[in-house]
Design a binder for this molecule. Structure first.
Ligand code: NAP
Ligand code: MG
Length: 523
């Protein structure tokens, strides 16, 4: 039986927890600026080329200088992963229980060091304390959940027994899995994809996001400390377009687990579909991509809780969640009053350096900063700016919470993923019209409906075409095991991370029929 339970979040109103976080931030601040190697087959390799990871709250602070793999090191990592998969007795013949134990041990280590891991994310990607803590908790959850799941799959599948035969269905790993995570859940998503791959017996080449290579290194080191055999997880930060493409097209790559933007996901899917001359398999591809997530506010709803839900979903972590609400579709009877309340509430969101634990920190990078400000300029022409719209003059990438009303459902800011603290408000005449609007993008990731009308909620269950639907609650904050996560259409392959079907994507099933030696049985 899966005895998994979700890791509780830290209550920072307790002085004890607050002090632990302050101590962790202090400790980590002294460790910022160090250099880090690649890790291939357990060997630490320093390269001349490097990636500089900086603090988006204070761009003068270097978080770490990380070795940067070229194709040469990517090849080495792939060979290491391939040889470990095919030759390493310590890995090949290991039981699911032993592999699961690595996950449980890693989860325990993360629990012990949760404040320190959270502090690294606060510095490296600008998460406030609660967001960083939730990221660590989700990583712990993935490890524990997939550990239990691997043991379950290790027992094999149910098959009928044919007379005179012993029939089995066993699940076996695929081979080398290239794991390519994004920066926005720099620990949780990386840990989820990596652990799913190795707990099922595959080996991993991990190319972290170039925005967050330090937190990735910390986790790979943790795996080394708990005794994961060398070569099982190989750490090769590098340019997505150079190293990423090389790993994806490599004939020895058996599968790719990617989470990131639509454009890169589609590119990977296309590259992976091409068969190299020596390639012996069809590559399996998981690509989880972007969203244009929408909340419907029905005319009969709990008004206050709808306002709070939209605010939390739109501006938590500066709107940089794939599940973030970037459009709210409001019934015309409430429209003006609802926007007034949204603006009132959003005005109270203060912005500061993430280390100081503000409600909202910076956006992640210069590139994100420029792109979001550009969308705000587009939005100002597509609707009426009612809040924010400006950058904040500080030594980081700070953008005000921004609300734009009277946006057409087909406007660019109502269709394209912005990935920042920008909310488009759209007026609707009826619940049916609201449903038509929410389904009018190419995405299909998350969404929510605030309504007291049971008929409308039922209608949304059938017609709101998204992977993760929430009724009368915010559309962010999926919990492992509770809300398996993944989107429809251009939001991805709907892999449902943190769900019971997820590990199947990292396995192949083998049917075995053994004829019983029964006298007279000749079938
Ligand atoms: P991104 O720009 O697509 O990058 C994601 C990863 O892909 C990074 O490690 C990146 O490396 C790598 N990459 C870039 N070009 C590549 C290529 N040609 N070949 C192979 N790898 C390549 O996405 P992001 O900005 O990190 O993350 C934000 C996006 O992720 C948003 O669209 C968000 O909605 C989505 N997301 C989706 C989910 C989900 O579950 N559906 C969850 C979280 C985030 P470099 O950093 O070196 O470029
Ligand atoms: Mg950074």
């Amino acid at each position: 039986m899966n005895t998994f339970t979700n890791e509780p979040l830290t209550d920072f109103s307790k002085a004890e927890n607050k002090n632990k976080m302050l101590a962790a931030l202090e400790k980590v601040s002294h460790e910022c600026g160090k250099t880090y190697p690649l890790i291939i087959n357990g060997e630490e390799i320093m390269t001349k080329a490097t990636i500089q990871s900086i603090n988006p709250s204070n761009v003068d602070q270097t978080i770490g200088i990380v070795s940067k793999a070229s194709k040469h090191e990517a090849e080495k990592a792939l060979e290491a992963a391939y040889n470990t998969f095919t030759l390493c007795a310590d890995w090949k013949s290991t039981t699911p229980k032993i592999r699961a134990d690595y996950c449980f041990k890693a989860a325990q280590r993360l629990q012990e060091q949760r404040f320190e891991f959270a502090a690294w994310m606060t510095y490296e990607v600008g998460k406030n304390w609660a967001e960083a803590d939730a990221d660590v908790a989700e990583a712990i959850d993935f490890l524990n959940f997939y550990g239990h799941e691997a043991i379950r799959f290790g027992k094999g599948g149910d098959v009928l027994q044919y007379p005179g035969e012993k029939n089995e269905l066993v699940y076996i790993p695929l081979g080398v899995c290239v794991v390519i995570p994004p920066w926005n859940f720099p620990l949780a998503i990386l840990v989820g994809m990596t652990s799913a791959a190795f707990v099922t017996g595959n080996t991993v080449v991990l190319k972290p996001s170039s925005e967050t290579p330090v937190i990735a290194y910390k986790f790979v080191k943790l795996l080394e400390e708990i005794g994961l055999p060398p070569g099982v997880v190989n750490y090769v930060p590098g340019s997505g377009s150079e190293v990423g493409d090389y790993l994806v097209t490599h004939p020895k790559t058996r599968m790719i687990a990617f989470t990131g933007s639509k454009d890169v996901g589609l590119h990977i899917n296309e590259l992976a579909a091409k068969t190299a001359p020596t390639q012996k398999w069809i590559k399996r591809v998981i690509v989880e991509m972007g969203g244009k997530d929408t909340i419907i506010v029905d005319k009969d709803c709990n008004f206050e809780s709808a306002v709070d839900g939209v605010i939390a979903s739109a501006f938590g972590f500066s709107g940089q969640k794939c599940s973030a609400c970037s459009r709210v579709v409001i019934d015309e009877s409430l429209y003006d009053k609802f926007i007034e309340q949204l603006v009132q509430k959003a005005k109270t969101i203060t912005i500061d350096e993430a280390q100081k634990n503000p409600p909202m920190g910076p956006v992640s990078s210069k590139q994100a900063f420029t792109s979001i400000l550009n969308y705000i300029e587009i939005g100002k022409k597509e609707g009426e700016l009612v809040l924010g719209g400006k950058k904040i003059e500080k030594n980081g990438y700070y953008i005000e919470p921004t609300i734009i009303k009277d946006v057409s459902p087909t406007a660019r800011i109502a269709q394209e993923e912005i990935f920042g603290p920008v909310l488009a408000c759209i007026k609707s005449k009826s619940f049916d019209e609201s449903l038509a609007i929410v389904n009018n993008t190419m995405y299909g990731l998350t969404g929510a409906v605030y309504s007291n009308n049971k008929k409308n909620l039922d209608k949304a269950k059938h017609e709101f075409y998204i992977g993760n639907l929430y009724l009368n609650r915010k559309c962010t904050g999926a919990l492992v095991g509770v809300h398996p996560f993944g989107g429809f259409n251009m939001s991805g392959t709907d892999s449902k991370a943190g769900g019971n079907d997820y590990l199947l994507l990292f396995l192949q099933a083998k049917s075995i029929a053994e004829k019983e030696n029964v006298p007279g049985n000749s079938r």
